[in-house]
Design a protein. Structure first.
Length: 256
């Protein structure tokens, strides 16, 4: 799954995730995504008698209904971010080119989890007094230029954590087996991603190549407000482009 290099000079955005399957026990912790759903999203979650129902009944969450892709959404009350409940599943993740993919090809089974439907906004970050060295200002812009320690402190205050790389890629692919969440060809990239050809002062020709000096200079490329382009098949925005999104470390040890 490709991370487009339009975001090479904005590497510090965080997409926030909370894994909740440990709260459930036995088969009732699984949601039947094809079942007939009641109009009330919380009633449906409660009917599963799962850890998700108990979690969403807490003061930290406010179920908000179903997205256009048919998945349950809930607002995290501390941060104000909207999360999507990602269904469990199996997928082929990773790739053969280490310059494009973080992990090798492997088959993975992923448990259900909640993931923010967009990059963490500056408004959400500021609501919990996060510290940073942001280069751009805007409530709906993604937060950027944080250290690991600053990010770890904010997540602790919010009661959230970063997704693992496996969780992130599974949510990004949303069932796709191609190089992008929308398939293999890059001709539609501008519909889903802010990158160097469409994030600057003017739309660049498809024949323009990446040029770091021009990206940071005359082209005026910059991050854009979250959720401004099309979502993937799970309802997540900006999974390609805009800013890089940090994932949790693969193993124990300090965040560095």
């Amino acid at each position: 799954m490709r991370h487009h290099h339009s975001s090479r000079f904005f590497p510090w955005a965080a997409m926030l995730c909370l894994m909740v399957t440990a709260c459930g026990e036995g088969p009732n912790s699984r949601i039947d995504w094809r079942a007939e759903r009641p109009e009330n999203a919380f009633a449906y979650a409660a009917a599963t008698e799962s850890g998700f129902a108990r979690l969403l009944a807490s003061a930290s969450w406010s179920p908000s209904g179903w997205n256009e892709q048919g998945l349950l959404e809930a607002v995290h009350t501390r941060s104000g971010l909207t999360f999507v409940l990602v269904p469990e599943g199996k997928a082929t993740l990773g790739g053969t080119d280490p310059s494009e993919y973080g992990l090798p090809v492997r088959e993975a089974s992923v448990e259900p989890f909640l993931l923010a439907k967009s990059e963490c906004t500056q408004a959400a970050w500021d609501s919990l007094h996060g510290e940073d060295d942001r280069q751009f200002q805007g409530a709906e812009l993604p937060i950027e230029s944080m250290t690991w320690a600053q990010m770890d402190s904010w997540c602790a205050a919010a009661g959230l954590r970063l997704p693992t790389e496996e969780e992130w890629e599974y949510a990004c692919r949303a069932g796709s087996t191609g190089a992008w969440s929308f398939g293999n060809g890059s001709s539609r990239l501008g519909e889903y991603a802010w990158f160097f050809r469409n994030s600057g002062k003017e739309l660049l020709s498809p024949f323009e190549d990446w040029d770091k000096a021009r990206v940071e200079g005359e082209w005026g490329c910059r991050p854009h407000a979250v959720m401004g382009l099309a979502p993937n098949a799970f309802g997540f925005h900006d999974m390609h482009g805009n800013l890089w999104e940090r994932c949790a470390p693969a193993g124990p040890g300090p965040l560095d």
